[in-house]
Design a protein around this ligand. Structure first.
Ligand SMILES: Nc1nc2c(ncn2[C@@H]2O[C@H](COP(=O)(O)OP(=O)(O)OP(=O)(O)O)[C@@H](O)[C@H]2O)c(=O)[nH]1
Ligand SMILES: [Mg+2]
Length: 454
């Protein structure tokens, strides 16, 4: 189902900046005339040819490799031309401009972000979850995320979604056949094992949802905010977790003003740690006041808030009052993890929360594990795939419809139409993941987040 009416597109496919090689990529229908203009000859499909890239006046812009992938055996499914030149930004802009000029008669234009991959999707080269995995592979911030994006791209996730959809289709056919022939009754469904099938599907969906939640964690990571009074050791903890001197540490309360953030990883899960200005009510310093305001914004956005308490100041009246004031303003308990700092100075610790020392590193490992556990991460099963929040939500909706279908199955008097409808909705929700049932505006949003040239 090649969409012939799409005009050809062109973009620089390599990252901006200087490099050994830079690639300009063209995709569209009927690229041969353009190839003859740019390369001065026809190209043998899928064979690298060293040749000069010609300017309009016949001069040579650069010498490099040209590659031609005729439809349908290309990334996009259309004709694709790749010009591999030297990786200079000015040179690549010249080559791009030359392509646009040579292709103007055929309507060649600059590609939008993600447009090559969007065409691959439209031409059935990739499904939507695989197309998203392309972007996730490029954006992966840890090795584990990159590996699982690779697995999603190769179709591991899509196949599981597809397998479940097929099982739901078979069940729907059974239910709808019963609807069409009212003389068949519910007993017919029972004899055909519909209930057991539905239970099997629901169980498989739960496993897939769990995998997708893990995959989404790998992709999105966890936002952790370090919060507490001035001088409790927030910046020291950030530095200890990151293993680098990122934030300034001094004995002066109110050292940190701006947010300092760093992405580290625990077992491959990206952890976005944000150090904030110490929270206090009174300050004459305008900069610190703004910093504190930002701290509260960061806290509101966090997945997890580490509320740091200074063991050396426990019991001081003024300190305890301020602690209570902060506690009252923090979000729901489930988000907050209590951390007692400077354990190297004070051996005795409260029973709740985690005690640690940024100075010696004691307790850091327990903190890392607690963060992973709170985020719902469990031991990495082999064959993990990357997933997005969008996928998790679609799977949750599928699960809701399946649960409702199960409940209807238990009620003998429930109308079959309702069961059929829940199964249809479950089927559609699954189809959103791979793109069978996806609104155009959602597609636009997904692809617009890609980089140009992909
Ligand atoms: N002994 C000991 N001292 C620590 C530890 N963590 C922090 N400190 C000291 O406590 C003081 C304050 O540390 P910071 O990390 O700057 O505290 P902060 O919470 O970022 O402070 P503000 O940025 O002012 O809000 C510094 O003198 C640190 O050296 C620790 O684990 N053990
Ligand atoms: Mg600080």
């Amino acid at each position: 189902m090649l969409s012939r009416r799409l005009l050809p597109i062109v973009a620089i496919a390599t990252a901006p900046g200087r490099g050994a090689v830079g690639i300009v990529r063209v995709s569209g229908a009927g690229l041969q005339p353009l190839i003859r203009t740019l390369c001065g000859r026809n190209l043998v499909p899928r064979q690298a040819t060293l040749l000069p890239f010609r300017a309009a006046d016949g001069g040579v812009i650069d010498q490099g490799l040209a590659l031609y992938f005729p439809t349908p055996h290309s990334y996009t499914g259309e004709d694709v031309l790749e010009l591999q030149a030297h990786g200079g930004p000015v040179l690549l802009q010249m080559l791009l401009a030359r392509c646009l000029q040579a292709g103007s008669a055929m309507g060649l234009r600059l590609a939008e972000p993600g447009e090559f991959t969007q065409r691959a999707f439209l031409n059935g080269k990739l499904d939507l979850a695989q197309a998203e995995a392309v972007a996730d592979l490029i954006d992966a911030s840890t090795e584990a995320a990159a590996r699982s994006a690779g697995r999603s791209l190769s179709g591991v996730f899509s196949q599981q979604v597809q397998g479940l959809r097929e099982r739901i289709v078979r069940l729907r056919m059974l239910v709808e056949a019963t609807l069409d022939f009212p003389e068949e009754d519910i007993d017919f469904l029972q004899q055909a094992g519909a209930g057991a099938q539905l239970q099997g599907i629901a169980a498989a969906l739960d496993t897939l949802l769990d995998g997708a939640q893990q995959g989404a964690l790998l992709r999105e990571g966890i936002r952790v905010v370090l919060a507490g009074q001035p001088n409790v050791g927030k910046s020291s903890l950030l530095n200890a977790l990151a293993g680098a001197e990122l934030a300034i540490v001094t004995p002066i309360p109110g050292t940190t003003r701006d947010r300092v953030s760093q992405t580290i990883q625990i077992e491959g899960v990206p952890l976005h740690v944000i150090d904030t200005a110490g929270l206090r009510n009174q300050t004459d310093d305008e900069v610190e006041r703004i910093g504190i305001e930002r701290s509260w914004h960061s806290i509101a956005d966090a997945d997890s808030v580490l509320f740091l308490h200074d063991l050396t100041r426990r019991g001081e009246a003024e300190y305890e009052i301020a602690e209570a004031q902060i506690a009252a303003r923090l979000p729901a308990d489930s988000k907050v993890l209590h951390v007692h700092t400077k354990h190297d100075l004070i051996a005795q610790t409260p029973a709740d929360g985690i005690s640690l020392s940024a100075r010696t590193g004691a307790g850091l490992q327990a903190l890392r594990q607690a963060l992973l556990q709170r985020a719902g991460w469990h031991a990495v099963p082999e064959g993990l795939f990357i997933a997005r929040e969008r996928h998790v939500q679609a799977l949750q909706r599928t699960r809701d419809h399946l649960q409702r279908a199960l409940a209807l199955g238990d009620e003998r008097a429930a109308p079959l139409e309702l069961l059929a409808e829940e199964l249809r909705l479950a089927h559609d929700a699954l189809g959103e993941i791979t793109g069978q049932f996806t609104a155009d505006d959602l597609l636009g949003e997904i692809f617009s987040r890609f980089c140009i040239g992909k």
